[in-house]
Design a protein. Structure first.
Lengths: 583, 583
């Protein structure tokens, strides 16, 4: 299944036969998922040696290009070395404009089942002729689709029942004057049904389509082997039946989100209204039970990270690798009966590896962490019966340089900047992003990624429409208005190639601050409870308010974690980590 | 010509005859101008007693509604009293959604020559049937259209010649693969041709259309009486010829901006591409000569305001009114041979009048300013051969309350917040706006308007695409990326109904800060040179950096104005106003 240069030649034979100038392979599935199952991922991996989560691969008759974003520039240029595939740095260059359009790589083949409608239309509107071709049959030893059963969430885990969610959707459809809603996005479906699955690692979703209509009934399309219970008021059909079903219902006025539907599905409906699924915002705004449960499992997750922190410092003489540590952290997390998976592959990176934003240590070849290491950056999270976490800490080990101390302090200032902002209703992440970056910008520094993203509830670790970004990115849906109940990460960082990487990340719950004659005001409550290493802070760079914020955060962390701690040694360790800092 | 209730009944007779449920009068002209000539303004004024610059008037068979935005809530509710016309507060309510749609006021008449295409489409897409009707013939004693001559700008006033600007447009049209560009927006036309006019008070534009095409020639449509010179490479036609001309060229592929074109003009083209006119960004980015000239006339404008400041304090015992003061300020400005008009009606407001954001004192009934007055808020600007200014100062007179001191200091902090920001390329006003509002938001305060707008060059005082706003407003085009050469106002304020209003406004030129490995960084250079009253600042609310900013700004103001001052008394006054403050 691994990439070989010959695979590109195999596809080129078909390009010639089918009179195509190129073939486009996206990292995608029929549901516009950000992370896809091994079955779907194998399509890109068979033709390109790149292990990141986001990339587009273009194969032409005599060349090949892989485009990825700023998170992966360094990693991709290493992994593609010798493959004959050129790296296109999205943001600086554009695969579509600078390669496909400029070199006129069309007619261009791609699978209409794997490209979403929005991307499809964008390419077509640029004058690129697209042809529906699926060359995935070329993949040898392809992993099979998951047969894992889906499972119902206990009613203590959901504020709203399936019935209440369907009623909400009916009401929104009525307001939009449509009769039905076709939902392709897997996290929306899981959220509406209050069930979860295991089809995509770290993403507790299951491949399916959901059709919601008061008039035509509710219909779930799913591999029947995966579900062994019935659902009130929802008919269950085999997964592939969706195509026939939609043909039979092509004239029903249907709400469909073109950013979340394949071009193939989209083309089947004749009387459609493009728009966000009502479930999209419903899922993003966490209600009472979701908030209580998330806070509880965040403390449990914090305990795992505290144990890990201690383990790291107790084992610095043992020459363990980044991979060993990430394995150990997984153990700590899964030791809680509430944790059933990680929420993404753990990033555990030492020194220059940490400069690669999304470095994931592999069993073979990952770096050793020892007393000489300056930092171990760990970005990780868990899936719990009670919520989803996403936390980064930069653990300090050896003696840092002045530059490192400076950059670490800047990163913390950025985190505090957003965390302590008060903002008026109708603000979005675009409004607030500068509160993280302003200190870095004053010094000509910037990190090449968003400042944060929405987090699901026992669901995908990336979720819209909330997020922090300082400009409008058409490809990302992270400029939704912030409203109480949304959970967003704040994860500023400093990345210095071949030197080090620093990132500190918390999860912020949007809550009401106060209401005055001038409007409603919101603020953030931090719901990640993990000590922030204070060993190498330059307190002279911090304002009194920032130091106060840090101390009161550590008081909160101590209070939240203490009830879960049994051993005095661990409690002492926590007390030491959360001790008040003073200038 | 003044409003009478009977005028509404006259229009209702025609509604019945034409089988319409309502009639919509916009504050508009065929060129989507923000400010319109007395001829066009008379349409709304004949049917509603409101003197603000922005409003929509809806007349139904048995009712009438005037909708306006937050700047005018208080003013409109006063002026409409007893008229039988209901006020609709846009932002809190919506004329379209809450009145026209909910009450089904359609078929709805309106003039297709006076509604722009974007508004037209928005209404139609909501399901509102529009009928092209022009009832302006009902207006008695209507002001006539201007016959003022247009005038060429001296070549020292423009960095680019007409030829260079046309070449730039040709190039952009080629890139967009279209053959022509139809320009309706008057400031764009004036900017391209390097000529100015006097058709709209305070806005040095002239009613015209411009058609630019390398293949089909360049054509200006204008009242021939108004132009007594020829233009290189531009054919001149009578204004009304535009309709026949477009019919003859309906199949030429033409770039047209639907936000700036009337529905009537837009409908005439068969092969159109909707998009921004190339002249739009070209006009917003000021080049070498524009910047040098603007800085020079800003100093001259600052001198007028300094003289005014002294005059105000010398005359507090004379019971002069707001109107008297605004007249005097106009005199000071026009005493410079470079000043040829104001850039908008001067706002001069004392006490509670200043809480009305856009209050404009009238000859009869304006308030007296005396030693008991706390503040005189003056928002004003001039049109100069060399640039356009827009400055607000809140002049402090009597003894302010603690609350006033607090709010005045907050306002200055907001101004300094934006003025001292350093930001990365691709940032826009949405990115930066919070740097003004954050201190107010922390206290549950907010001002109900944008923080700033682009300023033209010897042109309209409001210009896109730059501006500061914390959310996306579909109706306003002020979220363009900030680039060096753009001039934007920063004008935060505190408005307390029935108490007082505070606003401080400077003009900021975007300039390069530095370039690093992480990108290009920009900052603002303040180009308004007017002392900021420091008498009632609470310096304990200000950081060391803020105090430093204020002192260095006053040093700059002193340096810029001193060369223009002849009298020692005025120089002493300037020195006193710009003296260093200390905590």
């Amino acid at each position: 299944m691994l990439f070989k240069k010959e695979h590109l030649d195999e596809i080129r034979e078909y390009l010639k036969k089918d009179n195509l100038k190129g073939y486009l392979i996206l990292t995608s599935d029929p549901h516009s998922s950000e992370y896809v199952s091994p079955f779907y991922l194998s399509f890109r991996n068979y033709f390109a040696p790149f292990s990141g989560s986001a990339a587009k691969l273009l194969i032409t008759l005599d060349n090949a290009y892989l485009s990825t974003d700023g998170r992966y520039y360094i990693q991709a240029s290493k992994e593609l070395e010798g493959s004959g595939i050129n790296l296109v740095k999205e943001g600086l260059e554009s695969l579509e404009d600078d390669i496909i359009l400029k070199k006129e790589i069309y007619p261009l083949g791609t699978s209409f089942n794997l490209i979403n409608e929005l991307d499809y239309e964008r390419l077509v509107n640029k004058g690129i002729t697209l042809v529906d071709k699926d060359y995935s049959f070329l993949i040898k030893d392809r992993p099979s689709l998951s047969k894992e059963k889906v499972f119902k969430l206990d009613s203590s885990l959901n504020t709203l029942s399936l019935k209440e969610k369907l009623d909400y959707i009916y009401q929104k459809l009525e307001e939009e004057k449509v009769e039905a809603n076709l939902i392709s996005s897997l996290d929306d479906i899981a959220s509406i049904l209050n069930i979860r699955g295991k089809d995509i690692p770290c993403n507790p979703v299951f491949y399916s389509y959901l059709y919601v209509s008061k008039k035509y009934g509710n219909h779930l399309f799913i591999d029947l082997d995966k579900i062994d219970f019935e659902l009130n008021n929802v008919n269950i059909h085999p997964y592939d039946e969706i195509f026939n079903f939609l043909k039979e219902h092509e004239n029903v006025s249907t709400l469909i989100d073109k950013t979340k539907s394949s071009a193939k599905i989209y083309s089947l409906l004749k009387n459609k209204v493009n728009g966000k699924n009502p479930s999209y915002l419903l899922k993003a705004i966490k209600l009472e039970k979701e908030i209580i449960n998330t806070k509880k499992i965040q403390a449990i997750d914090g305990l795992a990270l505290l144990k890990f922190h201690k383990y790291l410092h107790d084992n610095l003489s043992n020459n363990l690798t980044e991979f060993d540590y990430s394995k150990k952290l997984k153990e700590f997390r899964l030791s809680s009966p509430l944790c059933f998976d990680l929420s993404f592959n753990t990033i555990a990176a030492v020194g220059s590896n940490a400069a690669l934003m999304h470095y994931s240590p592999q069993e073979v070849g990952s770096s050793v962490v020892n007393k000489e290491s300056i930092e171990l950056l760990v970005d990780s999270g868990g899936q719990y019966y009670g919520g989803t976490t996403d936390t980064t800490r930069t653990f300090l080990i050896g003696t840092p340089t002045k530059e490192f101390i400076h950059d670490y302090t800047l990163t913390l200032k950025a985190l505090i900047g957003v965390s302590s902002t008060i903002f008026i209703e109708n603000s979005d992440g675009h409004t607030i992003d500068i509160k993280a970056r302003e200190f870095m910008w004053k010094e000509g520094m910037d990190y090449k990624c968003g400042t944060g993203h929405g987090v699901g509830y026992i669901l995908n670790v990336h979720e819209g429409p909330n997020g922090f970004r300082y400009y409008v990115s058409k490809d990302r849906d992270d400029q939704g208005k912030l409203v109480p109940g949304m959970i967003t990460t704040i994860e500023p960082g400093v990345y210095k190639e071949n030197k080090y990487g620093i990132r500190i990340e918390n999860n912020l719950l949007c809550v009401n601050a106060f209401e005055t004659n001038d409007g409603k005001f919101y603020k953030f409550e931090t719901i990640t409870y993990v000590p922030i290493d204070t060993k190498c802070l330059d307190l002279n760079m911090m304002s009194d308010e920032e130091i106060k914020w840090l101390n009161s955060y550590h008081k909160l962390v101590n209070e939240k974690l203490t009830p879960f701690i049994k051993e005095q040694e661990l409690k002492d360790y926590l007390d030491k980590l959360t001790i008040e800092v003073k200038r």
